[in-house]
Design a protein around this ligand. Structure first.
Ligand SMILES: Cc1ncc(COP(=O)(O)O)c(C=O)c1O
Length: 394
């Protein structure tokens, strides 16, 4: 009889782990080892030849890491997962696996700054071209896909402008043409959005963010079809080597257990923040998928369980006004990253997206007065009071 499928809140705690396979330890043990011993030369030969299951060397697989990978595959409703030393190690392993010289990548209109940097590097050094697309019309998308497009790469919500891409619509067009759709699901976590259930092929996470949730790990994950994950694990992960440390995987397993509880609180605080910003006279515009007037509100309703824990806004004034505002904050920390217990604020034009040329930033809608907040788990009243006092001083 197959294992009974449990609800998300149960799977984050139990899936991928059996106590009877690990000395009855309640919590997954930390296998902090670089290598594994073979009982004989012949066993070593069989393991290297994939004729026998078993671990060889932690760059090729580790029991603690395997539990994390299996758990994430369950949560994203994919066949298999693979963990990396950073979100960027995951992004680069996937893009290198899916492209070759002469290929083309079609991207959402706005990606994380370092992903943009990687796309530029692939173009300059290896002749792999890319374009950005609004992905808001079937007809336009059909035109933008070239004969040499080898993958579609999407962030939704788009960092930091919170525009959304209709994943089901893109996947439908891409599937017909046999082009894999890769989705960076960092902003949502599988609690809010599961792209594989909408027809997409690969999910990527900067696990540094909500998956970890405690701001103490840099890590990445990918989830997809067994065959693709196997291919990445044996090529762009094994040979480039961006593997996660067992300790970081162990910390992620610990953080994951509270993902639904944390996400509910992040989302609840963010809705309150939206209501506060909406009424404040010094705020010019707000970018939040939970806003009924947001251009992609219907997409949010369709594919996201809740609108998320991130909000961006522009302030009336100049770049300096935005910088003055964040300098006045006392509780809210000035820091890039997101998904932590602490509320964080950053200035994308000079921080996460500083590497993106001004013209591209303009197309992505990243103004000099734009600020992005990752809303934490603190008491809402304290977050509000800190913002109120800072806004009063500018
Ligand atoms: C949407 C998104 N993707 C990928 C990354 C890269 O992840 P990492 O910093 O773990 O390498 C980030 C980092 O901020 C991100 O925000």
């Amino acid at each position: 009889m197959g294992k009974k499928k449990s609800r998300f809140e149960t799977e984050v705690i139990h899936s991928g782990y059996r106590t009877d396979e690990h000395q009855d330890s309640l919590v997954p043990p930390l296998y902090q080892t670089s290598t594994f011993t073979f009982s004989s030369a012949e066993q070593g030969e069989r393991r290297f030849a994939s004729q026998e299951e078993g671990f060889i060397y932690s760059r090729l697989g580790n029991p603690t890491v395997k539990i994390l990978e299996e758990r994430m595959a369950v949560l994203e409703q994919g066949e298999a997962g693979l963990a990396f030393s950073s979100g960027m190690a995951a992004v680069s392993a996937v893009l290198v696996a899916l492209t070759k010289t002469g290929d083309h990548i079609l991207c959402s209109q706005g990606v994380y700054g370092c992903t943009f940097g990687l796309l530029e590097l692939l173009k300059e050094k290896y002749g792999i071209d890319h374009d950005f697309s609004l992905m808001n019309s079937k007809e336009a998308l059909d035109q933008e896909i070239r004969p040499n497009t080898s993958c579609i790469y999407i962030e939704t919500p788009i960092n930091p402008t919170m525009k959304l891409v209709d994943l089901e619509m893109v996947a439908m067009i891409a599937n017909k043409k046999g082009i894999p759709v890769v989705v960076d699901n960092t902003f949502c976590s599988p609690y809010l959005q599961t792209p594989l259930t909408l027809g997409c092929d690969v999910v990527i996470h900067s696990a540094t963010k909500y998956i970890c949730g405690h701001g103490d790990v840099i890590a990445g994950l990918i989830i997809g079809k067994k065959e693709f994950i196997r291919q990445v694990s044996r090529t762009t992960q094994k040979d480039i080597g961006g593997v996660i440390s067992p300790f970081d995987a162990w910390l992620l397993l610990r953080g994951l257990k509270t993902l639904p509880v944390r996400m509910d609180r992040h989302c609840e605080n963010t809705i309150k923040l939206f209501e506060f910003l909406k009424r404040h006279p010094k705020i010019e515009s707000i970018y939040f998928p939970g806003n009924r007037e947001h251009q992609d509100y219907s997409i949010a309703k369709k594919q996201m369980k809740q609108p998320g824990g991130l909000i961006s806004f522009t302030i009336k004034g100049t770049k300096e006004t935005a910088q003055q505002l964040i300098n006045q904050l006392q509780l809210i920390k000035i820091a890039v990253s997101l998904g932590d217990a602490e509320t964080l604020i950053q200035h994308p034009a000079t921080m996460t997206h500083a590497v993106v040329p001004v013209e591209e930033r303009r197309k992505m809608g990243i103004a000099n007065t734009l600020l992005r907040l990752s809303v934490g788990l603190e008491a809402w009243e304290d977050i509000q009071e800190d913002l109120e006092q800072a806004l009063e001083r500018i």
